[in-house]
Design a protein around this ligand. Structure first.
Ligand SMILES: Cc1cc2nc3c(=O)[nH]c(=O)nc-3n(C[C@H](O)[C@H](O)[C@H](O)COP(=O)(O)OP(=O)(O)OC[C@H]3O[C@@H](n4cnc5c(N)ncnc54)[C@H](O)[C@@H]3O)c2cc1C
Length: 125
């Protein structure tokens, strides 16, 4: 498969295949005193939703706001952050799993083409 891909690219560049890692959809953990995770450490997913960096930045912002908003009560801040972060990352992980399936389906890239076509013609938005 890799050789076929390289031939199809018809170039001299080196192509390095990388594995794609993802945590299970709806991955979560029981709250642990004084500790939490954000970004990929909390919810690494395949890049087929294009959401990982966005989620990481939103996680960081919400965690900072929660800590700033709860004074010395760090546990309430962490619980508040985690209770919003888990459902948010679940939704993105589901979208990313659908995107992965679409890109590697037997009839790929038909699904991807339909997906972009369904967004309408540029200029008609
Ligand atoms: C091919 C691809 C395309 C993507 N496209 C998009 C996209 O279009 N849109 C989008 O939103 N997201 C996209 N993502 C996902 C996005 O890149 C990640 O979700 C995002 O970078 C996660 O940020 P993070 O800060 O949580 O982790 P990272 O960016 O992985 O940062 C973690 C940092 O910690 C460092 N580190 C690790 N261990 C240690 C240690 N022991 N001590 C000190 N430092 C350490 C690492 O070197 C790294 O710099 C894509 C990802 C891939 C792979």
């Amino acid at each position: 498969m890799y050789r076929r891909f390289h031939r199809a690219c018809n170039c001299d560049d080196t192509v390095i295949p990388r594995l794609i890692y993802a945590l299970p959809i709806e991955h979560s953990w029981a709250h642990s005193k004084g500790v939490t995770l954000l970004g990929d450490a909390a919810h690494v997913m395949s890049p087929y939703a294009g959401e990982g960096a966005n989620l990481a930045m939103l996680d960081a912002t919400e965690l900072a706001l929660a800590i700033a908003g709860h004074g010395d009560d760090v546990e309430t801040a962490l619980t508040q952050y985690e209770s919003a972060m888990f459902p948010r990352s679940k939704a993105a992980a589901e979208e990313s799993a659908r995107g992965l399936e679409m890109c590697f389906a037997v009839d790929a890239p038909k699904g991807l083409v339909h997906f972009f076509q369904s967004m309408g013609v540029p200029g008609e938005l």
